[in-house]
Design a binder for this molecule. Structure first.
Ligand code: AMP
Length: 224
């Protein structure tokens, strides 16, 4: 069976992280989320983190050259050689081109781009209620997936907070950035014939089933 090099695509709050967690255990693939990597760098106070923070706090994209280098190094690591799940990268056409170049140099390519479609008003509802634990980033939602005790993580007992970039004015900015800079990447992959759309307004299990069906179909097509 050939490698699965997947990109999870969609606006912030589409449920990419939730789906990635499930796909990771379905297919034993490493999960590479550039947003998580950047937040790790900010927390550790690295040079990259210091450079990225101001962009992230505003809801802007971090400059391509920083991201392309960071994601490229991660994709070169041993565990990503037989497949991966990318989340949050690429976010510009320039990043998509850099990724395709890096992969083609070693005879690889993206298997599929799974676009999880969610309308803007639903994104706002989801992100404004999202809470994450300070220790490990476990996700909750005040309305749809509340913790057992207010503001405390069920899994590790740490404090739950709202991400700075989930505050309403920043969410609006992130959505604008998504439509202006990231949506062109959808067309880029659609033209290559590897884009698959999934209705992200459904519940997590239905979305997961749909994605698995898409992957099963891709594998069947490969075998013929
Ligand atoms: P996320 O958790 O994926 O929503 O990412 C959080 C923030 O990290 C974004 O709003 C951007 O500021 C930054 N970021 C993450 N991935 C990228 C990327 N591929 N290109 C540029 N900025 C990114």
């Amino acid at each position: 069976m050939s490698e699965l090099n997947l990109i999870l695509f969609g606006p912030p709050g589409a449920g990419k992280g939730t789906q990635a967690e499930r796909l990771r255990s379905d297919f034993q693939l490493p999960y590479i989320a550039t947003g998580d990597m950047l937040r790790g760098n900010v927390k550790d106070g690295t040079e990259l983190g210091q450079k990225a923070k101001e962009y992230m706090d505003r809801g802007d994209l971090v400059p391509d050259e920083l991201i392309v280098a960071m994601a490229g190094e991660r994709l070169d690591e041993e565990d990503a050689q037989d497949g991966f799940i990318l989340d949050g990268f690429p976010r510009t056409v320039h990043q998509a081109e850099a990724l395709s170049k890096q992969l083609s140099q070693v005879g690889r390519r993206i298997t599929a781009v799974l676009l999880i479609d969610v309308p803007d008003e639903e994104v706002v509802r989801r992100l404004s209620g999202r809470r994450v634990c300070v220790k490990a980033g476990h996700n909750y939602h005040v309305e749809f997936d509340p913790p057992k005790h207010d503001d405390v993580c069920d899994q590790d007992g740490s404090r739950l907070v709202q991400r700075d970039d989930d505050k309403p004015e920043v969410v609006e900015k992130r959505l604008n950035v998504y439509h202006e800079q990231t949506e062109p990447v959808v067309h880029y992959y659609d033209e290559k014939g590897i884009l698959r759309r999934v209705d992200g307004t459904r519940g997590p299990t239905e979305v997961h089933d749909h994605i698995r069906a898409v992957i099963a179909t891709l594998r069947l097509e490969e075998d013929v």
